[in-house]
Write a protein that binds this ligand. Structure first.
Ligand code: AMP
Ligand code: MG
Length: 472
């Protein structure tokens, strides 16, 4: 069966300043190791893999209608402006309008060198490919906006990192790959016409109701504020919130050293390169505001009278912490079973979080256990929980919230780090059973799954994975 993809490309219609045409580089012996039926259906692709899928999703055969290109962008990496980044190992094949009416990019990640590869080899190894596959699909199932994974292919070629590892290509699907950094590069270069063109394109594609650059800024702010609050509510740490990894669409993008917390602590950092803790769990809201300020700075370059726009842009950015705080409270109150939060409920939430931090309580399991009578099990000192719970129970009186609703705010399953590492180790040895099982269980994170209790359990001390790697 031949893979027909109904491409309908718009980004490739933009002027060439935004990208470099680039075909994927062929690989030796591609083998399809994962195929996402659910997403395939939305994209109008067959539910089961045909003969040439490995060829297409490794980049060996460019499907009809694809217009492969690498996108140009820049960005602040750990606060430092890097004047040129771009897709160094990702190739956009094109766009497809799904059965849900949503336009999405189909991108191959790890598909070889591009004009923006700098010193890199343009490749990815199997570990990060499977990691992104599992975590992005888990995020989707958690109800959090995210890029998705359509396919994973082993290339049959080694890639050299700290050691020699199996190469792989991920097919990533996103509402677009426009980033804060996509705007920054044209603003920094003073290419105002390109900046205007990009702004119009982003508005049309993502926020058709937005008026002008400031309307776009407002819309991105609202989407990002919701996104970060959602991350916080499941204990997710992105790990590399650089402006080039901050999507205009408000989706989670670029899963590198990301991780979900096991035991709760606000300063938790996993990324081995984040030595200063810039992207620690509790810093994420501040960083999102910082990133939005960079977008604001870029967007105002297209106005004749920039000074006049500074005030409006500043106002828009300054409203973000409040929006995030409200979204945060709504989500955390729901986790406690409170449907209509009052301002003072924030105290109830932070009091619980403080006690959790002091008692090495597992983030996911503590919230999931609420109402079970066994919550204290998560705390080194269970009385720390019971003291808090008195006030909580009092607050819940008269709450019309049914049990099921609270459970729907508190997942049972997250992709725990130690399970991810285990899964990668097995896959490198050719055993995909742990990968397939994780994908299956994490597709229904809010359901009790008695057969999967091992995936709910926090790591034992000897199982803890203290650091994650960009591992590109
Ligand atoms: P990331 O940290 O994955 O967001 O990547 C930052 C930049 O480095 C982006 O421009 C990537 O395209 C580029 N990059 C990362 N890994 C590679 C690689 N193996 N080869 C070429 N470019 C890469
Ligand atoms: Mg990136």
């Amino acid at each position: 069966m031949s893979t027909m993809i109904a491409f309908d490309n718009t980004f490739a219609r933009l002027p060439g300043v935004f990208y470099a045409r680039q075909d994927p580089q062929p690989v030796k012996a591609p083998r399809l190791v994962a195929w996402n039926r659910d997403l395939a259906r939305i994209l109008g692709l067959p539910p089961s893999a045909g003969d040439d899928f490995a060829e297409v999703f490794s980049g060996n055969r460019v499907p009809e209608g694809a217009e492969p290109l690498a996108q140009l962008y820049s960005g602040h990496q750990f606060g430092q402006y890097n004047p040129q980044l771009g897709d160094g190992r990702a190739i956009l094949l094109g766009e497809v309008v799904g059965s849900d009416g949503i336009r999405r990019d189909i991108q191959l990640k790890g598909a070889g060198r591009t004009p923006y590869s700098r010193m890199g080899d343009g490749r990815a190894w199997l570990g990060p490919v499977l990691r992104e596959y599992v975590v992005s699909e888990a995020m989707h199932a958690l109800g959090i906006p995210t890029t998705r994974a359509l396919a994973a292919v082993e290339t049959g070629e080694p890639v050299v990192r700290e050691r020699v590892l199996p190469g792989a290509v991920l097919t990533r699907v996103a509402r677009s790959h426009l980033r804060v950094g996509t705007f920054q590069i044209f603003a920094a270069r003073g290419e105002v016409e390109s900046l205007k063109r990009l702004t119009d394109y982003a508005i049309q594609r993502h926020y058709p109701e937005a008026e002008g650059p400031m309307g776009l800024l407002r819309a991105v702010r609202d989407a990002q504020a919701e996104l970060i609050a959602a991350w916080m509510s499941v204990g997710f740490i992105h790990g590399v919130m650089n402006t080039d990894n901050s999507s205009i669409s408000g989706e989670t993008i670029d899963y590198g050293p990301c991780a979900f917390m096991d035991s709760y602590h606000p300063n938790t950092v996993f990324s081995s390169i984040d030595r200063m803790g810039r992207y620690a769990y509790a810093n994420q809201p501040d960083i999102a505001v910082w990133n939005l300020a960079q977008l604001a700075t870029a967007l105002i370059q297209q106005y004749e009278d920039r000074e006049a726009m500074v005030e409006e842009a500043t106002e828009i950015v300054h409203a973000m912490p409040g929006l995030m705080q409200r979204a945060w409270l709504r989500r955390f109150a729901a986790k406690l079973g409170i449907s209509a939060p009052r301002e003072e409920d924030a105290g109830l939430v932070t009091d619980l979080l403080t006690r959790m931090a002091g008692n090495q309580a597992d983030f996911t399991n503590t919230f999931r256990a609420l109402g079970s009578g066994r919550e204290g099990d998560q705390f080194t000192d269970p009385s720390a929980f019971s003291a808090w719970a008195e006030g909580w129970r009092a607050r819940l009186e008269g709450e019309p919230y049914p049990e099921g609703v609270r459970r729907a705010a508190n997942p049972a399953f997250i992709p725990r780090n130690h399970r991810m590492e285990e899964m990668i180790e097995a896959a490198v040895e050719g055993d995909y059973a742990p990968f397939n099982r994780l994908v299956e269980v994490l597709a229904r994170p809010y359901e009790d799954q008695p057969g999967a209790a091992d995936l709910q359990r926090p790591p034992l001390p000897e199982e803890v994975v203290p650091a994650t790697f960009c591992g590109t």
